[in-house]
Every structure is written in C-alpha cells, then in structure tokens.
Design a protein around this ligand. Structure first.
Ligand code: NAP
Length: 328
C-alpha cells in the first residue's frame, strides 16, 4: 500500500485524481496499491486514513464539499503518509507555499513528487540534499515540459552520458504565439489576444511571454542534470513581446522561423532564454503548444524529445511516472 497525501487540487491535482482512478486496477496489478489519505486546496481539504475515493474527492471539490477546518500544514503534521504530491501554484521568487510543504513532508519521512517549479528554482540543492540525507526521494519530472519525458530520459535512459547542452522549447504559450505569427504574419498583440481567448495564454501572460517560465525550467535542468549551482539571477532572459511580423516574414522568406529557446551549456556555464532563428528543417521548429528538447551528449550524441508541456492529464502522467518509479 502507498499512502498518498495530495497538496493542491487545481488542474494538475484533479488530473492526478482522475488518472489514479483510471489506472487503479493496473497499478494494483503492478504491485502498487495507491491509497489517497488526504487532499487539500487553499481553503480546506478531505482526510480519511482508510482511503478517499478519488471520484468522490473530485465531486466534493466541484461542489464546495471540502472541510474548511482542514489545512495543508495540519495534514502534513498529523497524517501518516508515504508520499506527498505537491501541486500548488509556482512562485519563482519565494518558492512558497510549496517550499514549506515539501520541507515539512520530507521532515515527516515521506517521499515527495512535485509539479511545482517554485521550490526547486529557489532551493534545488537544499531540498535534494535534505531528502538524500534522510534516505528519501524528491521527484520532479512534471516541473519541466509536463508530459515530455526529459528528466527521466536523461537520468535513466541516458545514464552514464555526459550532457554537454540542453536546448529546447519549454513554454507552449510562446510556441503557440510564434507559430501563429509565422503562419498568419499577425502582430504579436493580436495573436496574444487570440491565445488568451482560447485559454492558451493566462490573463496576465507576462510570466510566459517574458521568458520567466522558461528560465525557471532551465534553472531546474542546470541544477539537476548539469551539476550546476544556479538560480534565476544567472539566466540571461529575453522574451518574445518585441518580435514583429516583419522580423518573422524576413525569417520565413530565408527558410527560418523564430522560436523562444531556452539553452544551458556545460562548457560556458551559460543559461539563456531568447528568441532565436531556427531553420524550418531543424527539429526544434515545432508548432502549436508542443514542447521539445535537444540534448547533446558524449556517448549517445544528439537526442531529441517532444511532447505536451502542459495539461491536466498530461502533467498527471508525469507525476504518475514518478510514483511508479518510486514504488515498482
Ligand atoms: N497546469 C499545467 O499544465 C502544469 C504543467 C506543469 C506544471 N504545472 C505546475 O503545477 C502546479 C499546479 O498547477 P495547476 O495548473 O494545477 O494550478 P492551479 O489550477 O492554480 O491549482 C493550484 C491548486 O493549489 C491550491 N493551493 C493554493 N495554495 C495552497 C495551499 N497553501 N495549500 C494547499 N493548496 C493550495 C489551489 O487551491 P484552490 O483550488 O482553493 O484555489 C489549487 O487547488 C503549479 O506550480 C504549476 O506551475 C502545471
């Protein structure tokens, strides 16, 4: 039996509950018997040491049926659980509330899986060192590229390789905007509005379009994969808001497109987010909301991966993969 405490019941948290419900039989047959002992959101939660029915939690979440006397920190302190899943909103400056949740879950002796970038951007080595000292695991596949299996690809499938560089498209909103600008040659502001109407861009899109979100993912990759000790201040960041239809037209006429690329290089130690000319025949010339990454290594050479960087079920797929990795 694996007792799970889920902190955060938004898009990703609810996706995880749906996935657990859908895959319950398969998980049991694989020898993992997941039991959700507690779930919280910002205002309350649910708790049952004998296990909550994921479908019932989803119903109660939708109908305001969470118990307001329950708080995340209370459950973390009092409930017995094996793994905590942290899916609260990302705050790249303070890491909170996720940073405190993760520390306290590790202090309780639980493994942790997170989709929340904030705590890792702020204190990657502190948290990983803390987990390691206690013989626990901190897993975070969902924080970079959603369902795109990048961290596990490098850590497991490419184990033993030295990674020279990682360059990629880590923000689906920017990629959608640039894809549309390329196709229609519309101005940036027009396409941004369209993306907001479609729910692809946030009401306040600055985090995405100014490159901050991509920079946070680079910081996690550099610390996790490249053995660096870096934070947001170490990333050179330029977003996409100044790209004009004229620049895009010039690029396409010459066989290129423009994409927001995040790159980290081991030899220079440099982390950069910037709009770059990409040949239309290059693997990173991807379209729509997809994410992609090109990893350069000493043994395997170049490895390319692409997938859905966001989405409720897609991101839950990465969390499920971390869970299976921990308990199979
Ligand atoms: N959405 C994606 O596709 C995606 C992909 C990769 C990574 N991520 C990351 O995953 C995390 C979750 O994303 P999301 O889209 O699910 O966000 P979301 O829809 O805004 O959900 C966040 C959840 O956290 C809850 N919350 C806020 N403060 C809390 C607290 N102190 N204690 C307990 N719960 C708290 C919210 O409560 P209420 O319900 O009461 O508001 C909500 O349920 C974020 O860090 C995001 O960056 C998301």
């Amino acid at each position: 039996m694996v007792r799970i405490l889920l902190i955060g019941c938004g898009s990703v948290g609810r996706g995880f509950l749906k996935v657990i419900s859908r895959k319950m039989e398969w998980l049991r047959s694989a020898g993992i018997d997941p039991v959700i002992v507690g779930v919280t959101d910002s205002k309350g939660g649910l708790y049952d040491e004998n296990g909550l029915d994921p479908e019932d939690v989803l119903r109660k979440k939708a109908t305001g049926g969470f118990d307001n006397s329950i708080s995340s920190l209370d459950l973390i302190e009092k409930v017995d659980f094996d793994v905590g899943i942290e899916t609260t909103p990302t705050n790249a400056e303070t890491g909170e509330p996720g940073l405190t949740h993760i520390k306290k879950m590790l202090e309780r002796g639980a493994n942790v899986i997170t989709s929340n970038k904030g705590p890792l951007i702020v204190d990657f080595h502190g948290l990983c060192g803390f987990a390691k000292k206690r013989g626990l695991s901190l897993k975070y596949e969902a924080t970079v590229g959603g369902a795109m299996p990048l961290i596990s690809l490098i850590e497991k499938t490419l184990a033993g390789n030295e990674v020279y560089s990682i360059e990629g498209i880590f923000n689906g909103t920017c990629n959608y905007i640039l894809s549309r600008m390329e196709k229609e040659l519309f101005p940036f502001s027009h396409v941004l509005l369209e993306a907001q109407e479609l729910g692809i861009a946030e009401k306040d899109p600055s985090y995405d379009i100014e490159g901050i979100d991509t920079a946070g993912k680079l910081v996690i990759l550099a610390n996790a994969i490249m053995d660096m000790k870096v934070g947001m201040k170490d990333v050179e960041i330029r977003g996409i808001s100044e790209i004009t239809p004229e620049a895009m037209e010039l690029a396409t006429r010459n066989g290129y497109t423009i994409r927001l690329i995040g790159e980290v290089r081991k030899n220079t130690g440099k982390l950069r987010v910037y709009p770059r000319l990409v040949s239309k025949s290059h693997p990173l010339a991807i379209y729509g909301t997809l994410n992609a990454a090109l990893v350069k290594t000493d043994l395997a050479g170049e490895v390319f991966v692409s997938g859905r960087g966001a989405g409720s079920i897609e991101t839950a797929s990465a969390i499920l993969n971390d869970l299976i990795g921990l308990y199979s």
